[in-house]
Design a protein around this ligand. Sequence first.
Ligand SMILES: Cc1cc2nc3c(=O)[nH]c(=O)nc-3n(C[C@H](O)[C@H](O)[C@H](O)COP(=O)(O)OP(=O)(O)OC[C@H]3O[C@@H](n4cnc5c(N)ncnc54)[C@H](O)[C@@H]3O)c2cc1C
Length: 435
Amino acid sequence: MKVAIIGAGIAGLAAAYDVLNAGHEVTLFEASDRPGGLAGGFQDERWQWPLEKFYHHLFKSDKAIIKLVDEIGFSDKLFFPRPTTSVIINGRIEPFDSPLRWFTFSGFNLLDTLRFGMVSAYLRFTTPWRKLEQVTADAWLRRWYGDKIYETVWRPLLIGKFGPHYQEVNMAWMWARVHVRSPRLGYFEGGFQAFVDRLTAVVQQKGGCLRLKAPVQNIQPAAGQVKLQVLGEAYTFDACLATTSPGLLSQLAPTLPAAYLGQLLNLQSMGAVVLTLALTRPFMPDDLTYWLNIPAHTPHKTQSEYPFLALVEHTNYINRQHYGGDHILYCGDYVTPDHPYMTMSKEELQAAFTAALPKINPAFRPEWIRQSWLFREKYAQPVPLLNHSQAIPDIRTPLPGLYFASMSQVYPWDRGTNYAVEIGRRAAAALLQKV
Ligand SMILES: Cc1cc2nc3c(=O)[nH]c(=O)nc-3n(C[C@H](O)[C@H](O)[C@H](O)COP(=O)(O)OP(=O)(O)OC[C@H]3O[C@@H](n4cnc5c(N)ncnc54)[C@H](O)[C@@H]3O)c2cc1C
């Protein structure tokens, strides 16, 4: 078979690997100038390693990607430090990433800690997700954790991640988040881009053809085959896997039947905005925290006390010697795709974000910023509504030979590189049944 794959992100590359291993021809069309998609990196001239445009780490439970890393002989480059995750409570930074730390957390009394531990243990060690998708996370968390814990821990997190959708997200999504975490967080020597580059090299060694700066513009059925328009040229394939956003697939393949198009268009998602600062000094006042959750109390992000959801000091996780001695701080947020953050200039966003930094570290001065970068993506976080399992489009589209794999379909799991590998390989298996 001649197979086209649209998108050389992790899902597309993982699918290409399996299709090539089964003895078929693969052409990967990638719109940007580098493979990796959302997990891709960029590199300052001073740095030894590239850095993710959007902060990334793995969990120990990420079996699918760890297995693929092993298959391509890259396991010796994957390591698992144990950085600190904290929250802001009453204006102070407090670690909140282990049962021991729940006991010392000033937002809880002893009863709160016990209740938090018991309900979290239920989510961690049981698998009731099909029942949980029938209720909103807002209702379930408030009922079982109680108002105080809900308002202190969960509501700010839900608002931060889902903005105006925070009361619509189903509880199975939250269950999945709690169910598969690990305190140790995995990273690659050379960053996630090094893993992407290795996987790309293996795909190419196996005969895969990677076409960069080659955005697919149209997908049409053609007598049991699939015809693609790329930069004005037409190409015909026996099968095609699209790994774009659902919205983009609906535009690329308008001849998909109405029911499937409707499913694609009904899926909701949030965009991501990440401002990365290379600082000359460390930022976190405790010299420790890697990940700082910032409480959001209103879904209208521009009216929040803090204009972002998370501050991530990457160099409190990975040694700064790999980044020319820079201290790297990500300021990240999730917003609706039509939010002003998506169109504000970099200068405006940087001014708004850095104005809030002294609230967390009063010593911070803008002169600490050596360099900055802004990355934005409209399709960054699917929003799973009630009974989402029934709203997921099938990997096999109704157009013969056309397959679809995206972050919206990895449910109940939250999107992530592990699930991109898993769905990419699942899509490859579906496609190979065509033979
Ligand atoms: C802020 C943020 C933080 C994250 N943190 C983590 C984390 O800590 N750990 C983790 O595991 N995951 C994390 N993720 C999620 C992870 O990055 C994604 O789940 C994963 O990379 C998705 O891979 P994908 O291949 O499905 O999609 P994508 O990476 O989106 O790949 C799709 C590819 O298709 C290409 N494309 C689009 N349109 C066309 C076209 N018309 N023609 C050709 N090519 C096209 C795109 O350029 C892209 O390369 C994070 C994501 C974000 C946004």
